[in-house]
Write a protein that binds this ligand. Structure first.
Ligand SMILES: Nc1ncnc2c1ncn2[C@@H]1O[C@H](COP(=O)(O)OP(=O)(O)OP(=O)(O)O)[C@@H](O)[C@H]1O
Ligand SMILES: [Mg+2]
Length: 150
């Protein structure tokens, strides 16, 4: 497990950008953390690293947004989903098979995603800084995750 301290939003974004360099088509990145913890900021950094030109904005109300970059990026926010049936209807893994899938609140439904995924947990400290904790399963065990720390 890798922990990275992020003093501000720019730092969180930079960590996302570095993570993008480790991503492969079919990857699933689950983001876990409270409201406002920085999940969307981090997803924006992944978009930067994947060369996505459109601004990565919160998919809170639309649930899913698709971006074009070096590989396709699908960004979902499942906070408002009422049931696992709704999640199945979205069929996120199929929609993003040839690209990267980034899911905010993904921890709430991690069993719905591939066993092979990266979990990123966001902790917010009293001083407003964040710590990001990376835990990879499956193919992630062989990847140089420490590179996200810069
Ligand atoms: N170290 C930090 N990392 C990330 N964001 C930070 C940090 N410090 C302050 N912020 C601010 O916190 C906010 C994080 O918002 P963001 O939308 O990324 O959170 P979120 O986890 O996606 O929330 P939600 O659960 O509502 O989708 C931004 O306004 C950002 O500028
Ligand atoms: Mg968000």
């Amino acid at each position: 497990m890798i922990r990275v301290h992020c003093p501000d939003a720019a730092a969180t974004r930079a960590v996302g950008r570095r993570l993008a360099g480790l991503l492969r088509p079919g990857d699933v990145v689950l983001l876990a953390g409270d409201l406002g913890a920085g999940k969307t900021v981090f997803a924006g950094g992944i978009g930067d690293g994947l060369g996505v030109e459109d601004p990565v904005v919160s998919p809170t109300f639309v649930l899913v947004r698709h971006y074009r970059g070096l590989m396709p990026m699908t960004h979902a926010d499942i906070y408002r989903l009422g049931s696992s049936a709704e999640l199945e209807d979205l069929d996120l893994p199929a929609e993003s098979a040839d690209g990267v899938l980034v899911v905010e609140w993904g921890d709430a439904a991690s069993q719905a995603f591939a066993d092979d995924h990266l979990m990123v947990r966001f902790a917010v400290h009293p001083d407003g800084t964040r710590t990001l904790e990376f835990t990879g399963t499956g193919s992630w065990t062989g990847r140089p995750l420490q590179e996200v720390a810069g």
